[in-house]
Design a protein around this ligand. Structure first.
Ligand code: HEC
Ligand code: HEC
Ligand code: HEC
Ligand code: HEC
Ligand code: HEC
Length: 580
C-alpha cells in the first residue's frame, strides 16, 4: 500500500512535469523526499560487450538451453537481450537476472504449453471449418511475435501442419520464444485501455526498420547507454511510462472469444477471461497495478545491464507469478522433451514462487464460530481474498474450493465435504461426475455431497454445459471470490456474478461466508473441525472432456497429466474445536 500512494504522488508529479517539458518525465524514485538518485546516466563503466550465447546452466533434472538469438523485421529473440540484462543482483545479493526469471514463467512458455496445444487442437476438432480462424486467434497471444509478423502482411497465423510449431517454419523460433522481451517492450501507448486493444489488439510499430527500433522502459536512459544497447541489439531504449500500467497487460489479459451455435455459425463474443476488467471495477484500480503484484520489487536498487549504469530503483522482477503451479510442475518434469529453454531448477524456482504467492498473498480462511446445537454442529467459515481480481481468475478451467472435515474425539471422520480424489476430481462435485451437471453456489452446506466451489460454469447456445471455448456463450455460474471493493450487483455485464451467489448476502467484494450445519448424531465430542481452501488451475472436467478426442497433441498432454498429480494446492486453512 505504501508504494501506491507513492505512485499516485508520482503520477500527479509526472503529469505536472509533462505540462512544462513533455519528454523529460523522470522515472519515479523510491524516496521522493530525499536526494534524488542520479537522473542522468553517467558514462558506461564498461564499454565492451560480452560475446553471445552464454553456456547453458546445469539444472535440476535437465539443463537450460540457449535462448534464441533470431532477428527479424520487427522482433528479436530473447537471447539478443539476455546478453546484457543478465547477471543482475539486488542489494540483498539475490539474483534478479531478467532472463533467468522470465524463462521459467508461463508467459515465456506460452507456445510450448502442452495444455494450450491440446486445447487448440480440441477446438479445431469441434469446429473443423474454422481451423484457420482458430489457429490465428490462439497464436495471437501465445505466439505473439510470429503472429504479429504475419498479420502485418495481412496473413493469418497458423499453428499446426506447416505452421509455427513446425521447425521448418521461418517464424518457428520467434513463435516458440512466447511472450518475450521485444513483444512487451515494443507495445505502443496508443489505444491501450480501450476495447480495440483487448484480445491481443496491442499495437507495435511496423514502419521503423530493424536496427532503429524502439524499446520502451520505465527510465530515461542516457545517450551513451542508448548507443551501447542499440549497437548490440538494434533496439534503442526509450522512456515510455505506459509500460508500468495495467492497461499494457490488459491487451492480452482481456480476452473475448467468438462463439458459434450448433450449426457452426459465429453468433457472438464471450468474455472468456477478463481479469483486467475485474481489477478495474475493484478497489485495486486505485491501489495496485498488475505489475505491482506480478512483478514484485527487488530489494533496493539494481544496475540493470552488465555493461554498467546507474543503480535503478524500484526494479521490478520479471517473475510474473500467477497461480499455475501445476503446469510449472509439468514443465519441471518434462521440460527437456518439450524443448524448454529454462532448466528444471528454474522451473522449480518459478513453481516455488507460485506456491508462495498462493499460500501467502492469495486468501485466508477462518472458522469464526463453531458450536453445538443439540446434535447439530454449526460452523461459520469465512473466506477473504487478497487478490486484485476475482479468485480464481484468468482461464476458465481454474477453480478453488472448501474442504471441510469434522472429526470426533477418537479422530474418526464424522463429516466431510470437498475431499479431493487422487485423479483430481472433487468428491461430491456433480460436474466431475457428469459433464452436464454442476454444484450450485451454497449459502449453507448440510450434506457431504454439497461442496462450495468457486468457479465458472460455461454453457453453449443450447444452454448445455460446455468446456469448448468456441461454444461458450454465457456463464450460468460465476461465484469466483470477488476482489475488495467490487460491487456485486452492479457494474458490468461481462464480469457479473452468476447463479445463486447473487442472492447470497454475505458473498461480497473481498470474500464469502458459508455456514456448515452437520449432524453429528451419536458421535462423541469434542469435535475437531478443519477447513481448507484449495486451488486447481485445471479442473477435472476440463481434462475429462479432452479424453473423448483423438489427436497427438491431446494424447501427449494426457500422458503428462497422468504423470503429474493434480490434487491442487492448499491455499489456506483453519482448525477449531467444539463441544468440549
Ligand atoms: C549491449 C548490452 C545491451 C543489450 C544487448 C540490450 N540492452 Fe537493454 N539496456 C542496456 C543498457 C546499458 C541500458 C540502460 C541502463 C540504464 O540506463 O540503467 C538498457 C536499458 C534497457 C531497458 C530500460 C529502458 C528504459 O527506458 O527504462 C529496457 C526495457 C531494455 N534495455 C530492454 C532490452 C531489450 C528488450 C533488449 C533486446 C532487444 C535489450 N535491452 C538488449 C544494454 C543492453
Ligand atoms: C488475448 C490473448 C489470448 C488469446 C487470443 C488466447 N489466449 Fe489462451 N491464454 C491467455 C492468457 C493470458 C492465459 C493465462 C490465463 C491464466 O493463467 O489464467 C491463457 C491460458 C490458456 C490456457 C491454459 C493454459 C494452462 O497451462 O493452464 C489454455 C488451454 C488456452 N489459453 C487456450 C487458448 C486457445 C485454445 C486459444 C484460441 C481459441 C487461446 N488460448 C487464445 C491469452 C490468450
Ligand atoms: C509481459 C511483458 C514483459 C516481458 C515479456 C518482458 N518485460 Fe521487461 N518489463 C516489463 C514491464 C511491465 C517493466 C516495468 C515494470 C515496472 O517498473 O513496474 C519491465 C522492465 C524492464 C526493464 C527495466 C528494469 C525494471 O525492471 O524496471 C528491463 C531492462 C527489461 N524489462 C528487460 C526485459 C528483457 C531483457 C526481457 C526478456 C528476457 C523482458 N524485459 C521481458 C514487461 C515485460
Ligand atoms: C493485489 C495484487 C494483485 C493485482 C493488483 C493483480 N493480481 Fe493477478 N494475481 C494475484 C494473486 C495473488 C494471484 C494468485 C491467485 C490466483 O490464482 O488468482 C493472481 C493470479 C493471476 C493470474 C492467474 C489466474 C488464476 O486465477 O489462476 C493472472 C492471469 C493474473 N493474476 C493477471 C493479472 C492481471 C492482468 C492484473 C492487472 C489487471 C492482475 N493480475 C492484478 C494478485 C494480483
Ligand atoms: C502478448 C500477450 C500478453 C501480454 C502483453 C501479457 N501477457 Fe501475461 N500471459 C499471456 C499468456 C498467453 C499467458 C498464458 C501462458 C500459458 O498459460 O500458456 C500469460 C500468463 C500470465 C501469468 C501467469 C498466470 C498463471 O496462472 O500462472 C501472469 C501472472 C501474467 N501473464 C501477467 C502479466 C502481466 C503482469 C502483464 C503486463 C506487464 C502481462 N501478463 C502481459 C499473454 C500476455
Amino acid at each position: 500500500m505504501k508504494r501506491l500512494s507513492f505512485w499516485l504522488l508520482i503520477l500527479s508529479a509526472a503529469l505536472a512535469a509533462c505540462a512544462t517539458s513533455p519528454t523529460t518525465v523522470e522515472r519515479p524514485t523510491e524516496e521522493p523526499l530525499v536526494a534524488a538518485r542520479p537522473t542522468r546516466t553517467p558514462p558506461p563503466t564498461a564499454t565492451s560487450v560480452p560475446t553471445p550465447g552464454a553456456a547453458p546452466e546445469a539444472g535440476e533434472g535437465f539443463a537450460a538451453a540457449p535462448l534464441t538469438q533470431v532477428r527479424d523485421r520487427f522482433f528479436s529473440g530473447s537471447g539478443v537481450c539476455a546478453i546484457c540484462h543478465t547477471g543482475l543482483s539486488d542489494e540483498s545479493g539475490a539474483d534478479v537476472s531478467i532472463d533467468r526469471m522470465w524463462r521459467g514463467t508461463m508467459m515465456a512458455n506460452a507456445a510450448r504449453d502442452p495444455y494450450w496445444q491440446a486445447s487448440v487442437r480440441s477446438e479445431i476438432l469441434e469446429n473443423p471449418d474454422l481451423r484457420q480462424t482458430i489457429e490465428d486467434k490462439c497464436a495471437t497471444c501465445h505466439m505473439p511475435m510470429a503472429r504479429y509478423t504475419v498479420a502485418a502482411d495481412g496473413e493469418k497465423g497458423s499453428v499446426f501442419g506447416e505452421g509455427f510449431l513446425d521447425p521448418g517454419n521461418p517464424l518457428h523460433e520467434l513463435a516458440m520464444d512466447g511472450v518475450s522481451c521485444t513483444l512487451c517492450h515494443q507495445i505502443q501507448a496508443e489505444g491501450l485501455g480501450l476495447s480495440g486493444s483487448y484480445s491481443g489488439g496491442f499495437s507495435i510499430d511496423t514502419e521503423q526498420p530493424a536496427g532503429e527500433r524502439v524499446i520502451y522502459g520505465p527510465y530515461r536512459v542516457g545517450m551513451m547507454m542508448v548507443q551501447t544497447m542499440q549497437a548490440s541489439s538494434g533496439f534503442a531504449p526509450e522512456q515510455g511510462l505506459h509500460i508500468i500500467k495495467s492497461e499494457l497487460c490488459a491487451s492480452c489479459h482481456t480476452l473475448y472469444t467468438p462463439y458459434v451455435d450448433a450449426r457452426g455459425e459465429v453468433v457472438g463474443e464471450f468474455p472468456e477471461q477478463v481479469p483486467y476488467l475485474e481489477w478495474y471495477y475493484s478497489d485495486y484500480r486505485r491501489l495496485q497495478s498488475c505489475q505491482d503484484c506480478h512483478m514484485p520489487e527487488a530489494q533496493g536498487s539494481v544496475v540493470i545491464s552488465i555493461t554498467g549504469g546507474p543503480p535503478r530503483s524500484p526494479f521490478a522482477k520479471h517473475s510474473f507469478v500467477g497461480g499455475n503451479a501445476y503446469m510449472l510442475q509439468m514443465f519441471e518434469t518434462f521440460g527437456a522433451e518439450m524443448g524448454t529453454t529454462a532448466s528444471g531448477q528454474q522451473f522449480a524456482a518459478a513453481r516455488q514462487r507460485t506456491l508462495q504467492q498462493l499460500q501467502e498473498h492469495t486468501a485466508t480462511v477462518s472458522l469464526d464460530e463453531v458450536r453445538l446445537a443439540g446434535s447439530t454442529l454449526i460452523a461459520d467459515v469465512s473466506v477473504e481474498s487478497q487478490v486484485g481480481h476475482k479468485f480464481p481468475s484468468g482461464f476458465p478451467a481454474r477453480r478453488a474450493w472448501l474442504h471441510f472435515v469434522v472429526r470426533d474425539a477418537a479422530g474418526e471422520v464424522v463429516f466431510e465435504s470437498g475431499a479431493v480424489n487422487a485423479d483430481g476430481s472433487i468428491v461430491g462435485n456433480d460436474n466431475d461426475e457428469a459433464a452436464d451437471a454442476y454444484e450450485p453456489h451454497y449459502l449453507a452446506i448440510v450434506r457431504p455431497d454439497q461442496v462450495q466451489i468457486y468457479e465458472t460454469i460455461l454453457t453453449n447456445t443450447d444452454a448445455a454445459v460446455t468446456t469448448t471455448l468456441l461454444r461458450a456463450a454465457r456463464y450460468v455460474k460465476d461465484n469466483r471470490l470477488l476482489p475488495a471493493g467490487f460491487e456485486k450487483g452492479a457494474p458490468y455485464e461481462d464480469i457479473a456474478v452468476r447463479g445463486r451467489a447473487l442472492e447470497d448476502e454475505d458473498f461480497l467484494g473481498g470474500g464469502d461466508r458459508v455456514q456448515y450445519q452437520v449432524e453429528v448424531d451419536e458421535a462423541q465430542g469434542p469435535f475437531t473441525v478443519t477447513v481448507e481452501l484449495r486451488y486447481q488451475s485445471i479442473g477435472y472436467r476440463w481434462v475429462e472432456n479432452l479424453r473423448a478426442k483423438q489427436a497427438p497433441e491431446i494424447e501427449r498432454f494426457l500422458g503428462y497429466y497422468a504423470a503429474v498429480p493434480n490434487t491442487g494446492t492448499l491455499v489456506a486453512s483453519d482448525e477449531a474445536e467444539a463441544g468440549k
